[in-house]
Design a protein around this ligand. Structure first.
Ligand code: ZN
Length: 248
C-alpha cells in the first residue's frame, strides 16, 4: 500500500550501507518512520529530496518489517537556516524534541502547521535571540497540543485565581502556586513575575507567526526562557543531544 503526504524530516540515521532510517512528521499521517533505500548513493532518485529544513512530498510504502520511502520531492527548502550554525542547532533542538515527544501514527494537522511555521520563521528571521524565543514558544505550544499544558490561571493547590503578585512556578507540578501554597515546596519552586505569566498565556493563545514581533525586555526574555526550559527538562527523561550546542 502506498500513501502520500507532505512531511518534514525530524531525524535521519544511517541504516545499513547505503540506506537511511527516517523519522518525519507528515500532515496526513502524523509521525512516520521509514527506510529510505539507497539514499546515500549519488544516483538515487531520493537523494537531494530528503533534507532537513524542507517540506517534502513523501510517498511511503508499507513493508513487512519496515515502511519504505518510495518517492520524495522537496517542495520548499528553507535554505537560510543552513547558512547559520546557530540556527541549525536551534532548529535541530526543536526537531529532536518533537521526535522525542511524538509517537508514530497519531495525526494532528496543528502540529504539522506549527512545525512548518517554525521553519518559515527561522528561515526569514536573522536575529538569533529572537529565534531562541520562538524556539521556546514552539516547544511550549507543542507540549500544550500533546497534553502537557501548564496551569497558568489558578493556583495548583488551593485553586484560587492567580493574583498579580507573589506567585511561584513549579516545573515538576507544571504550573503556579500562590505564596500561601508554595510552603514546603521550596526546593522545586521559584518566583515568577506577572509579566512572564501573562506572556506564557499569550504564547499558548497566539499563532507562532504572531509571536515574532512580541515586545520583550531582557528580564522578560530571560525569565520566560528559564520557565519554559525547566518545564521541558522535567518532562524529558533523556538528554537531548542537540541541547549541548545551545546556551539559554
Ligand atoms: Zn494557593
Amino acid at each position: 500500500m502506498y500513501r502520500g503526504s507532505q512531511g518534514i524530516i525530524l531525524k535521519k540515521q544511517d541504516f545499513r550501507k547505503s540506506d537511511s532510517f527516517i523519522s518525519a512528521y507528515t500532515c496526513d499521517f502524523g509521525k512516520i518512520e521509514a527506510v529510505a533505500r539507497g539514499v546515500k548513493k549519488s544516483k538515487s532518485k531520493l537523494s537531494g529530496h530528503l533534507d532537513y529544513f524542507s517540506i517534502i512530498d513523501l510517498m511511503v510504502a508499507r513493508g513487512k518489517n519496515f515502511n519504505h520511502i518510495s518517492g520524495a520531492v522537496s517542495i520548499k527548502k528553507f535554505l537560510n537556516i543552513r547558512k547559520n550554525l546557530q540556527k541549525i542547532n536551534l532548529v535541530f533542538y526543536c526537531l529532536e524534541i518533537t521526535d522525542y515527544f511524538i509517537k508514530t501514527g497519531k495525526k494532528d494537522e496543528k502540529i504539522f502547521l506549527l512545525l512548518s511555521r517554525l521553519l518559515m520563521i527561522s528561515d526569514k528571521n536573522p536575529h538569533i535571540e529572537r529565534l531562541k524565543f520562538i524556539a521556546h514558544c514552539y516547544i511550549l505550544k507543542l507540549l500544550n497540543i500533546l497534553g502537557y499544558k501548564p496551569e497558568l490561571y489558578f493556583c495548583l493547590k488551593c485553586r484560587q485565581k492567580i493574583t498579580p503578585n507573589n506567585n511561584f512556578f513549579s516545573a515538576q507540578a507544571g504550573g503556579i502556586f500562590c505564596a500561601k501554597c508554595k510552603k514546603n515546596r521550596e526546593k522545586d519552586v521559584f518566583e515568577i513575575s506577572n509579566s512572564t505569566i501573562k506572556l506564557l498565556r499569550v504564547i499558548l493563545q497566539k499563532d507562532l507567526l504572531n509571536l515574532v514581533k512580541t515586545k520583550l525586555s531582557k528580564n522578560l526574555f530571560t525569565e520566560t526562557i528559564k520557565v519554559i526550559d525547566k518545564f521541558i527538562n522535567f518532562r524529558l527523561d533523556k538528554n537531548i543531544k542537540s541541547r549541548r550546542f545551545l546556551k539559554f
